[in-house]
Design a protein around this ligand. Structure first.
Ligand SMILES: [Zn+2]
Length: 708
């Protein structure tokens, strides 16, 4: 009998499936009949759930006071908050509880190696000291004496939740389980995950219900790529794995090549993995819905699964500081509704990540309601402030088009024009054509810095990220003085200069004269610093980031600046890293989280940032997390706190509270040392004002950092 994979390829090669054996057709008819029989029962069936408070016992052993006041994001309360939310909304009476049990070793070994199982099992016999050591050595995962038991319950809960649907005992089901599973690779636990719950459950169903369930879709909407699930089934044509996740040139966790769009599965499983990557953060409902309509649903319908598992991380939810996206609870409801349309509604939702306790419980509530039969609420497609329709970002649309191009080799449904994304969808005009002013300003800046201060283009080597940056900015990196031979230097990261354009309201009838050109100015707050550094003979590396939002590129450039240059300049003993503007701060914070190694810290004397209040995103400031493994005793957050200054311009406390639009960021340690400054100017003018007023005290901080 042909495997599904062979059939899939034949369809593509010949355009028909004439070669399929008649037995297959008979089998399919039998399966369809069974489905119809199930439908008649479905009205009497409830949505099932499984939950056990014992899964809360896996928790992080505190290693510092800081961890106590600011707990690890994979917080045991995640499951109880979701459970309580569903309970408080009186849904439990209309749901049926599924008995949970630990997964057996045999079930776990269907996905994981014996070596991994033995390691997790042995945790029960470790001393607290050994557990702490193991935690410190591992890739984003912690262990305690209860970890093995909790992880077995999570995997067993996943199996039972799926089984109850396939057995026809529940209409569909929701497994409120932790620790999550999708990062656990066959031979390695990682990313808060011990056992690969979704993979273990899918394997169990395929093995134990060979007639009922031949094909499973695993849809993973956690903001991270599910490397564990992907690996478990990458050569299996009977499991279609689709993951929507941030990728960003491999910089977003888990940061493996496996999450890239060209990783489509291998061998018999080629064409049965679909990575839908987000090239930037800040993804909204409209982008998820767009990807669902253009890619997820068409290929799921063509695959025609018998059973569907949603790996449901809620870390793309609005308010999640790790995911930094803006998916609403309603959007999760909409996506659940669409997935319910597959496989005759045979669907199980398994909890994965998601770290904002409010966001995850609100999102889970919407998912539960839709599972129980409520119609989904409308998702958010308009800006709250002005009612303007939100469109998918241009770079997201371009990336989705690339994914369609790669996947259409495997899916007929993607081969017609209605599935390609046209320019009318993108609505994007080449910035160089409409805005040559940017280039003119950039050129003017270079000329004047060259003439006055002898600044020149940075002599960088042939590295891809610099080439890419040059597509946006003609001379993105400048340098003054002899950086290589000097002991101290300054890294200055800022955006392209902006123009302050006062509108001429007295002449509003004549639209040509709307802008008061006489009072318009180019404002470049970085000049304040450049002049100061010149006076003190400190060399500067000046980095201009493009106005076009491209976080991954900015991050890659800054990372390369450290890894390929600064770290190997033999004489540089100290540098000061200064960022001006919101984007410059965000990428600097991310860079410090990624590469704040002891070597980086020993050379970095100070980190200073200037941000003005009117950044709409001031509530989404990136915090410092240690993303790299290090045995250093000094906590990165502590180091950053004592070596950083974040000058945050605000109007004044009263105005902020009244307007209600610009809330203050929580003044927490992991953002560094925040100094709130009175600042009445908006936008670039406000940043200029901030630099003018506060530079002197920052200069002292730079000098102190050099002296350490
Ligand atoms: Zn996640």
């Amino acid at each position: 009998m042909n495997s599904v994979g062979e059939k899939h390829k034949q369809d593509f090669d010949s355009g028909t499936n004439n070669g399929t054996h008649i037995n297959n057709i008979n089998n399919e008819i039998t399966v369809k009949k069974q489905k119809i029989e199930q439908t008649s029962l479905i009205n009497n069936l409830k949505t099932g759930y499984c939950y056990d408070i014992k899964m809360r016992y896996h928790s992080k052993i505190y290693q510092s006071y800081y961890e106590y006041i600011d707990p690890h994001p994979e917080d045991p309360r995640r499951i109880s908050r979701i459970y309580n939310k569903i309970k408080e909304n009186n849904l439990l009476n209309d749901m049926s509880e599924i008995d949970i049990r630990p997964a057996t070793n045999e079930e776990i070994l269907k996905i994981h190696t014996n070596d991994l199982l033995t390691k997790i099992m042995s945790l029960e016999h470790k001393t607290p000291k050994e557990l702490k050591e193991l935690t410190n050595q591992s890739d984003s995962i912690y262990f305690n004496l209860e970890s093995f038991k909790s992880a077995k319950l999570a995997a067993g809960g996943a199996i039972e939740a799926c089984k109850s649907v396939v057995d026809g005992k529940t209409a569909n089901s929701f497994a409120i389980i932790r620790p999550p599973g999708h990062h656990a690779e066959p031979d390695k636990p990682s990313g808060f995950c011990l056992f690969s719950n979704a993979a273990i459950a899918a394997r169990h169903i395929l093995d134990n219900y060979p007639n009922k369930v031949k094909k499973i879709v695993i849809l993973d909407w956690d903001i991270h790529h599910g490397n564990g699930t992907h690996l478990a089934f990458e050569d299996n044509p009977n499991v279609l794995y689709i993951s929507l996740h941030r990728f960003e040139l491999n910089k977003f966790y888990p940061g493996t090549k496996l999450g890239d769009i060209d990783q489509v599965g291998k061998d018999a499983g080629e064409g049965f993995c679909c990575n839908i990557t987000w090239p930037v953060g800040g993804i909204n409902d409209v982008e998820y819905m767009y990807a669902f309509r253009k890619i997820v649903m068409p290929i799921c319908e063509e695959f025609d699964p018998d059973f569907v598992i949603i790996s449901s991380g809620f870390d793309a939810a609005d308010g999640d500081v790790i995911g930094q996206c803006h998916v609403s609870p309603q959007c999760y409801g909409q996506m659940t509704h669409m997935m319910k349309s597959l496989a005759n509604g045979n669907l199980t939702v398994l909890l994965e990540g998601g770290y904002n306790l409010n966001s995850i419980s609100n999102s889970a509530l919407e998912v539960a309601k839709v599972l129980m039969g409520e119609p989904p609420n409308p998702f958010i497609n308009k800006k709250l402030s002005n009612g303007e329709i939100i469109l998918p970002k241009a770079e997201v649309l371009r990336n989705l088009q690339k994914i369609i191009e790669l996947q259409k080799k495997y899916w007929k449904c993607l081969r017609n024009d209605s599935h390609s994304i046209g320019t009318e969808d993108i609505g994007f005009i080449d910035i160089n054509l409409v805005n040559p002013l940017v280039n003119i300003l950039q050129e003017q800046r270079f000329n004047s810095l060259h003439k006055q201060y002898g600044m020149d283009e940075f002599p960088y080597i042939d590295i891809a990220v610099y080439k890419e940056l040059k597509e946006y900015i003609n001379k993105p990196l400048l340098v003054s003085g002899n950086v290589v031979d000097s002991e101290k230097c300054i890294i200055l990261v800022h955006e392209e200069p902006k123009i302050y354009l006062p509108m001429d309201s007295t002449n509003a009838e004549n639209s040509i004269d709307l802008i008061n050109l006489k009072n318009s100015q180019v404002i470049d707050p970085s000049l304040k610093l450049i002049i100061w550094a010149q006076k003190h003979y400190y060399p500067i590396i000046d980095v201009t980031l493009p106005l076009v939002e491209n976080g991954p590129l900015a991050l890659a450039v800054m990372t390369s600046l450290w890894e390929d240059y600064l770290s190997s300049f033999p004489n540089v003993s100290k540098f000061s890293w200064i960022s001006i503007g919101y984007n410059a701060y965000q990428q600097t914070a991310q860079m410090v989280s990624n590469i704040g190694t002891p070597e980086f810290r020993s050379k970095c004397g100070s980190l200073i940032s200037f941000i003005n209040h009117d950044s709409m995103t001031v509530n989404n400031l990136k915090s410092i997390h240690q993303n790299f493994s290090s045995n250093a005793t000094v906590n990165l957050v502590d180091w950053h706190y004592s070596n950083s200054l974040l000058l945050l311009g605000i109007i004044n406390n009263e105005t902020i509270a009244d307007s209600g639009t610009v809330a203050q960021p929580r003044l927490r340690k992991k953002y560094g040392r925040i100094i709130k400054c009175d600042c009445s100017g908006f936008g670039i003018a406000g940043l200029w004002e901030l630099m003018e007023e506060r530079w002197d005290e920052c200069a002292d901080f730079v000098l102190d950092g050099f002296d350490d």
